[in-house]
Design a binder for this molecule. Sequence first.
Ligand SMILES: NC(=O)c1ccc[n+]([C@@H]2O[C@H](COP(=O)([O-])OP(=O)(O)OC[C@H]3O[C@@H](n4cnc5c(N)ncnc54)[C@H](O)[C@@H]3O)[C@@H](O)[C@H]2O)c1
Length: 322
Amino acid sequence: MAKRRFVLIGNGYAGQFNKKAIDAVGGELVACCDIIPERASAYEGAKPYTDWRKAIEEENVDFYVICTPSGLHYEMTTELLRQNKNVIVEKPIVMWPEEMDIIACAERSKGICFPVLQNRYNPYVDYLKKKVLPRMGEVFQVHFAGYWRRDPQYFTGWHADIKMAGSILHLQFLHHLDLICYLFGKVDSAQALSATKKRKIEFADSLVGTFNIGETFGTISCSVLPTIREETCLTILAEKGFVEIGGKTLNEIRKWDAPLPPPDPGIRPDFNRYPGYTGSLALHPEIYQNIVSVLEEGSEPFIPLESALISMDFVFKLLGQV
Ligand SMILES: NC(=O)c1ccc[n+]([C@@H]2O[C@H](COP(=O)([O-])OP(=O)(O)OC[C@H]3O[C@@H](n4cnc5c(N)ncnc54)[C@H](O)[C@@H]3O)[C@@H](O)[C@H]2O)c1
């Protein structure tokens, strides 16, 4: 099997996790681009670039990996797709409704766009989707609460810039909204009350919304202002069961009354744990294994671009943008 060649664009927090995933699949990082020169030259053997347009001229590359601030994803991804190149792009894939035309760009391209939404590999989510939900009958209600404290110092640099960050849904809660769509389908309608209560940012720091997916009704409550650090909770109320999963990344069973026993906590006890870090970023290697197998074996992408855009549509509906 040939060693796959990667170019990394944006070597900050997420960039480093993607680099670990490249290593995990035995890939070779041939170039690294960051506007901060020390970050561009962080990896031995990878050619440093500070201009992404120059970095993408690098030839014989299998995948270009975009880990820059979110507001740059669309421009970089569409440019690469226009050049028929394969792109791995961190969430969110797009920022605004007008960028949904990325799908047309991908359809015209010989390259493939692979969204990074690694929480779909959460083993509890997987068990729910494949085994439990099909046995739970009609789903009456779905409720999501996400409380991730983000202190004022977090909202400096690009995180405070609406063009780069979008909203707290793009920044903090997209994985969870994506899981709602992944488990239950495309949202038909959504609306929300939102406010900027405490943080000095151009978008809301607090949001409470409702939505429906067919006859399934749902609520959503998100804030970056809690006194506690990070807490999420997904509640499913169905004809034949009641399930609640919580924890930082939906990694703890809180209530389980379902036609099948709860998932064995030992199925992947470390799925969200790295040394010194707890969170779902530990699932990036799964994303990369699938992406490489698409090239090697012609497998289907586990997360097609269309399905990632379904969760962006949910965001746009909650924000009243569509
Ligand atoms: N999948 C996940 O769970 C996850 C987790 C964290 C972040 N992310 C996503 O990853 C992206 C980056 O977030 P982060 O936390 O790593 O931010 P970051 O600020 O730590 O890193 C971004 C990097 O991009 C560089 N950069 C900025 N403009 C650039 C340009 N024009 N060309 C090249 N490099 C440029 C910056 O210098 C920085 O090193 C965001 O879109 C974020 O939503 C995803």
